[in-house]
Structure formats: C-alpha cells, structure tokens
Design a binder for this molecule. Structure first.
Ligand code: PDD
Length: 287
C-alpha cells in the first residue's frame, strides 16, 4: 500500500509530496510541529497536542492555518488513508511561502500545513523497554525558547547523532551549572533512592511534553511522590531509576548514563509501572 501525505489542502502520494523551495520552514526553520501517537487505531491526546501547537504558533506570531476541528479531521484522514493502527501522525505548520526575506511576509501569506502518518512497531519498543536504553550527556547549546516546538532542531539532531554514534538512544542536554534539561527529543526523569520522581519544571528550559504531563498524572494515581525540580548528572548517576518520555517512546527506562550503570542496570519497578499504566491516563479518540 502506498503512503499518502497531506500537503497544503491536498492528499498526495508520499513519494511525490513536496513543498515550495521558498517555504520559510525550509529556508529559516520558521515553523512548528507536533508528533501525536496513534495507539490501537486511536489518536492519543490530540486535544493537548493541538493546544500546544496553537501555543507554539502564537509564540512565533504565525496565524492558525485552520480550526482545531479541521486539523483534527485531517489528522484522522491521514491516519485512515495510511491504515496506521499503531504509530504516529506528524503535523508541521510553517509561516508559509514567500520571497526570501528574514522579516515576516505580508499577512496575506497563508501558513503551510503538512501532515504524515507512519506505523511503528510497538512490540519492538516494548522489548526495548524491557532492556532499557543508554543516554549520553552533552552541553546545552540551544536557544532559550525550547518551550516552543519549532522545526529548528539542529542542536537536537547533532546531539542525537552523537548519541547514536556512542551506542546510546538519547543525549541529555546539561547546563553549564551541571543540571540536566531534557533529551534531544524526550523529557528526562529520575527516581531517587527514596522513591521520589524528579523531573525539571516545564518552564522555558524544556519542552512541556504531553507524555510528561500524562506521567505526572499516572504518578499521582499510583501515589508516587513527584518533585518538579532540576537534577544534576551525579544525582542521576546515584538514582535508583531513570527514564525518558515522549510520544510513541512513552516511558523508556534509562539503564546507562555516559557508560555508568543506573541502579542495578535494569529497568526499575516505578518506571515499569508508569509505562504499563500510561494509556489509562490518556485521551483516546477512535480514528
Ligand atoms: N519530540 N523534549 C523535546 C526536545 C522533544 O522534541 C520532545 C518530543 C519531548 C517530549 O514531548 P512529548 O511528550 O509531547 O512528545 C521533549 C517528538 C516526539 C519528536 O521530535 O519526534
């Protein structure tokens, strides 16, 4: 079956899907995106993803391309046309197509919208979660508005490539004062020796992950105490458990940081429970 993409009002074969060379996303990284999980034929937390998309657009003063209801309709259509049961839908909105000039184009330039859907092997991800993954640490070198989900991801790309070349799944950005912000495409967490969950507050230093918000709710339901505060690399190395969160990655145990074992080097019980009960706290809407 051939894949279908949505590009500026049309559903087109994925292989032929293209945007204009003067799309500002292509030239300036002047756009935002969302990745929404598809789970058993359901959109996961689409409401929250669309709310964050609206916020990202508004922070960059890009006008909303259409209503949330219309975006949601296209999300469902893209998932249906690609017959995705488990996987993800990707949404990208840029400031549109205009003659190259750094300043904003005139207000009659329409934002450009692209959506794709892709299947993922969740059974494989579950097997990986059974083993846990490694992370490396890298210096934080991103701008101070990482709370906006922009397509300008070069530091993230370079950090994740470095992780891959080191045999790790993720790179944790670390500030000059030794505190972990987040991963290249995930939020970062530890479980302390006292069994307390720690993650950085979702202020401007990190992206406010939707998965992060759900995990906070699952933890509350399970009676796991939560501290929203920064943690250091030594604290993470001394932690009982560590994990990363993101859409489709869900809750992924971290068992090595910079080559050092976390806890006993195996996924811990708090992480495993958060992963296995994750979807109980999500909004699931049938496609
Ligand atoms: N990444 N932090 C960063 C820098 C991210 O790029 C992401 C998501 C997250 C987690 O956010 P959420 O839980 O809402 O997925 C945190 C997506 C999945 C990506 O870029 O592919």
């Amino acid at each position: 079956m051939s894949r279908i993409a949505y590009v500026n009002g049309l559903y087109v074969p994925h292989a032929e899907a293209a945007v204009h060379i003067e799309d500002r996303g292509y030239q300036f990284g002047d756009g935002v995106y969302e990745v929404c999980e598809v789970y058993g034929g359901h959109l996961v937390d689409a409401t929250r993803h669309l709310a964050r998309l609206a916020r990202s657009l508004s922070e960059l003063r890009i006008r909303a391309p259409m209503s949330d209801a219309a975006l949601r309709q296209i999300m469902r259509e893209v998932v249906r046309r690609n017959r995705v049961r488990d996987g993800m839908v990707y949404i990208q909105v840029t400031r549109g197509v205009a003659r190259r000039d750094h300043v904003f184009p005139s207000s009659d330039v329409a934002p450009a919208v692209v959506m794709t859907a892709r299947a993922a092997d969740f059974a494989k991800a579950d097997r990986q979660a059974g083993e846990g993954v490694a992370v490396i640490t890298v210096p934080e070198n991103r701008w101070d508005r990482v709370d906006i989900k922009t397509v300008g991801l070069l530091p993230n790309v370079l950090a994740k490539q470095q992780a891959k070349e080191s045999g790790a799944r993720e790179a944790w950005f670390v500030t000059s004062d030794g505190l972990v912000t987040e991963g290249g495409s995930t939020n970062a967490w530890i479980v302390t020796g006292e069994g307390r969950l720690v993650t950085r507050p979702a202020t401007r230093g990190i992206l406010r992950g939707i998965t992060r918000e759900v995990v906070c709710e699952v933890a509350a339901r399970q009676g796991v105490p939560l501290e929203e505060r920064p943690f250091s690399v030594p604290e993470a190395l001394a932690a009982r458990e560590a994990f990363i969160t993101a859409a489709t990655t869900l809750v992924m145990p971290v068992v090595r940081i910079d080559g050092h074992m976390v806890g006993d080097g195996r996924p811990g019980p708090v992480t495993r429970a958060l992963r296995s009960h994750f979807h109980e706290a999500t909004e699931l809407v049938a496609v």
